[in-house]
Write a protein of this length. Structure first.
Length: 137
């Protein structure tokens, strides 16, 4: 077992830890609650499009300097730039995800153990994996 250290946590590691915690918390919500969060996010993308476009323009300007200095590719700069249509597309794709079937309600894997006996690997509402055996009659 690795020793715990008091070394500072890198920003990337801290972000990964926060993301994992958020994923566990989201998995505990109902499908309707998770979908509402997605719909709210799509709405905020559209409502805050001016802010997003201003920040994007700053990022593109900074990246253009890096392209000029040979530190970044022009292709990356082209992919970074967005527009009002791009923001609408993002919001539409988030809404598309909300309309998908709930991924936590479906088995991740099904293994036939014996005739009429299967083992399913499923997500459960608390965000954990569960293995369950089912007899098929």
């Amino acid at each position: 077992m690795p020793e715990k250290t008091d070394a500072p946590v890198s920003p990337l590691r801290a972000q990964v830890q926060l993301t994992r915690r958020a994923a566990r918390e989201l998995a505990q919500l109902s499908a309707a609650q998770r979908n509402q969060i997605l719909l709210n996010a799509a709405q905020q993308l559209e409502l805050r499009s001016s802010e997003i476009l201003e920040a994007n323009q700053r990022d593109v300007t900074n990246l253009d300097r890096s392209v000029t200095e040979g530190k970044a590719s022009a292709a990356l700069a082209k992919r970074l730039k967005t527009s009002p249509a791009g923001i609408k597309e993002m919001a539409d794709r988030v809404r598309d995800v909300a309309a998908l079937p709930d991924p936590l309600a479906h088995p991740l894997a099904v293994t036939e153990l014996d005739e009429h006996l299967v083992l399913e690997k499923v997500w459960v509402e608390n965000g954990l994996l569960q293995h369950r055996q089912r007899f098929l009659l």
